[in-house]
Each structure stands twice: as structure tokens, then as C-alpha cells.
Design a protein around this ligand. Structure first.
Ligand SMILES: [Zn+2]
Length: 381
């Protein structure tokens, strides 16, 4: 049996990847199960989306949709589509993670000004933010969960304050690269709390502990469902689950129509100053995770790039581990010594013990949805 997928670029040294007896990896298989019939379903998906947008318009609220805007390509394109193609009343919200590049700020300003969209910046003070990043890094070897928590809180607070029925995201399993809990962790509240437990930061960071308006939380789990796709109360969707997502087209639209500029021509996450540090840390922990391997591999799995072209792009960068040029600046910002940084990298799985299983409320909602709501809806349709 091979150790490498014959279809994409992944291998079994990457956490979460298993190669089957047919030499196809688990990531490719999951993609096919969920999205393999995308070409046949494309038209029907857009109709489902239009039904949801109609539901939102009918509610006659101040805004039809809320778009979390990072300044990167995908979220900018989401805002563009919602405003220009679907003519929705949009509110955009940006979580300022303290590492937002000037490029991202310019891109955000250009997009909201050009599209005439109301926009909110949300953030906590920089000192607290950097202390949180430091604390999280030392405890878990990761600091992204703090930022991910901020995105969630900013989005939920804005959606709740303005009673926006639908949150529209630009990331989707269909287009996003493979992630596994061993090397990627979002910022769920329980995880966040488990890490801060007993530290003075637990009180100081309480602005980031917002769980969300309970009516919305229940609604996300109960009153919205993928089969019927109506927005009865409030919902969260990922736009690439519904519309064609061609990265060349995304790039063309946002650059020509919204004046979006890339930091580097090939850069993916130009919205974050420390994206390269995250990549570097990942590769130090798991040497098989060479730069951009996951991104190009996903394009192959999704049929958007051929394997040889992707292989060429990945090998162009090589698999040598290169320390980023902004490393000293980063260590300074978090108040870390080189020795502390190195020590943390020695145990790549130190974050795992803080993860919790889904809570009772979540499990109860899912069970209720399966047992009561779904059959009722099926009967109604
Ligand atoms: Zn594969």
C-alpha cells in the first residue's frame, strides 16, 4: 500500500490523512462523498441560495445579511456577490486581530466604500490581545484560537445587535484545505475557557467569552437545515457551498471592481501579518506539512488544478524549513524569548488536552433536530 495519495498531494504523515487500499486518501474520499456531485447540483444550489436570500428580504430588517470581512480574497468576494449579484442590504464586520496588514485595511476600505456597505471594526486593546496570544502560545503551542474566538464574538455580537437573519461566510469545506485538530484549532468557547481557567486573564478576556444570543444559537441548530434551506429565524451559511468558486474569477472580480491588491501575487492570506509564522510553526511540528501543500492539494482534490501543476508549485518552494524574516518582530510583539519558542514547539500536541467534547446543549439540539424538526419539515414539504 502506498503512503501517498495518487490523486492529490497528501501523504499519511500528515495528521488526519489515511491512504486507502485503492491508494486514494481519506480527504479525497470525504470530498467526493460530500461534493462529488457538485456539477449536477450547481443549479439547484443557487436556487436554494436565492430562496434563503428571499426569506431574509421578506423579514424587512435593517440588514439582510452579515458578512464577516477579513480583507482576504474570499470574504471580499462574498461581500461583492451579496451586494452586486444578489443586491442584498449588507453589514460587514471585521475582527481586528492586531496583526491586520495595511494591505488588508486598504482592501477592506476600498471594498466597503465601493460597494456602499456599512462596516464595523471590533477589537480588544492591543496589550490584552498580545498577552492572550502569548499565554495561548505557551500553554498550547497555538495562538490562532484567540483570533478565531474574536472572529466568532465579533460576528455574533453584530448579528445579534442588528438582528441580522443570515451570516454569510467565505470559507467552506468544499473549497478550504484539509485541517486536522492536531495542527489546526478554532476558538470554541469551552476550549478558550479551559485554557484560561484560574488565570487573571480569565476575567480580563471576558469580552471574548460572549456565547451568543441564545435564540440565535438555538436557531442555528434547530430552525435551519440543509435539505429545505429556508431561513426561518437565523442561520449561518458558507457561500462556496452554493455558488461556483473559481479562484481566478474571484481574483479578477475583486481586483478590477473593488481595487483589491495582493501583498504578494501568490499570497493567500494577505490579511494576516503572521500567517507565515503559523505556516513555519506547523512545518516545524509536522515536517510533512510543507508550505502551501494543503492549499494546492485541495485545488487538485476539487478538480481546480491538475496534479502535476500543483506538484510543481509545491516543489518550487521546496521542503526546506526556512525561518520567517519577521520572526524577531513576532517574538518581540508577544514578549517571547527564542528559547521559550523552541521549547513550546517540542510538543506539537500540547493543545489537545484542552479540547472538550460537544456540550449537552449542542447534542440535545442536534438530537431534537433529527428526531422532531426534520420529520415535521419533510411532512410539510
Ligand atoms: Zn487525496
Amino acid at each position: 500500500m502506498s503512503t501517498e495519495c495518487i490523486r492529490c498531494l497528501l501523504n499519511d504523515k500528515i495528521p488526519g490523512v489515511q491512504i486507502g487500499p485503492d491508494d486514494i486518501c481519506s480527504v479525497c474520499k470525504q470530498h467526493d462523498e460530500r461534493w462529488g456531485d457538485w456539477e449536477q447540483r450547481k443549479v439547484e444550489r443557487v436556487s436554494a441560495l436565492e430562496r434563503m436570500f428571499d426569506d431574509c428580504r421578506r423579514k424587512r430588517r435593517a440588514y439582510d445579511v452579515l458578512v464577516p470581512l477579513s480583507g482576504g480574497k474570499d470574504s471580499t468576494y462574498v461581500l461583492y456577490l451579496c451586494r452586486k449579484r444578489f443586491n442584498l442590504r449588507c453589514l460587514a464586520v471585521t475582527w481586528d486581530n492586531g496583526f491586520l496588514t495595511d494591505h488588508a485595511r486598504d482592501n477592506i476600505k476600498n471594498a466597503v466604500d465601493t460597494l456602499g456597505v456599512d462596516h464595523i471594526y471590533y477589537g480588544v486593546n492591543r496589550q490584552l490581545l498580545m498577552r492572550l496570544y502569548r499565554f495561548f502560545f505557551l500553554r498550547t503551542g497555538m495562538f490562532c484560537p484567540v483570533c478565531m474566538r474574536g472572529i466568532g464574538v465579533a460576528t455574533e455580537m453584530a448579528a445579534s445587535a442588528f438582528n441580522v437573519p443570515l451570516v454569510v461566510n467565505g470559507t467552506s469545506e468544499r473549497t478550504e484545505e484539509h485541517v486536522a485538530p492536531e495542527f489546526f484549532q478554532t476558538g470554541p468557547l469551552d476550549f478558550f475557557k479551559n485554557i484560561l481557567k484560574g488565570d487573571p486573564l480569565e476575567i480580563e478576556a471576558s469580552a471574548l467569552m460572549y456565547r451568543g444570543d441564545w435564540k440565535r444559537v438555538v436557531s442555528y441548530h434547530l430552525f435551519w437545515w440543509t435539505k429545505i434551506e429556508r431561513v426561518f429565524s437565523s442561520a449561518v451559511i458558507c457561500l462556496p457551498d452554493y455558488v461556483h468558486w473559481d479562484y481566478d474569477e474571484v481574483f479578477r472580480r475583486i481586483t478590477t471592481d473593488l481595487g483589491w491588491k495582493a501583498h504578494r501575487a501568490d499570497a493567500e492570506h494577505t490579511d494576516c501579518e503572521v500567517e507565515n509564522i503559523v505556516q513555519y510553526m506547523r512545518q516545524r511540528k509536522f515536517p510533512a506539512l510543507t508550505p502551501e501543500l494543503l492549499r494546492f492539494s485541495k485545488l487538485v482534490t476539487a478538480g481546480l488544478m491538475d496534479r502535476d501543476e500543483a506538484l510543481a508549485k509545491v516543489s518550487e518552494r521546496g521542503d526546506a524549513i526556512r525561518e520567517p524574516g519577521n520572526m524577531d518582530w513576532f517574538l518581540g510583539a508577544l514578549g517571547l524569548s527564542e528559547a521559550e519558542f523552541e521549547e513550546v514547539l517540542r510538543d506539537p500536541l500540547r493543545h489537545m488536552k484542552y479540547r472538550s467534547e460537544p456540550g449537552w446543549l449542542w447534542r440535545a439540539c442536534r438530537a431534537a433536530k433529527r428526531a422532531i424538526v426534520n420529520p415535521l419539515l419533510r411532512a410539510r414539504n
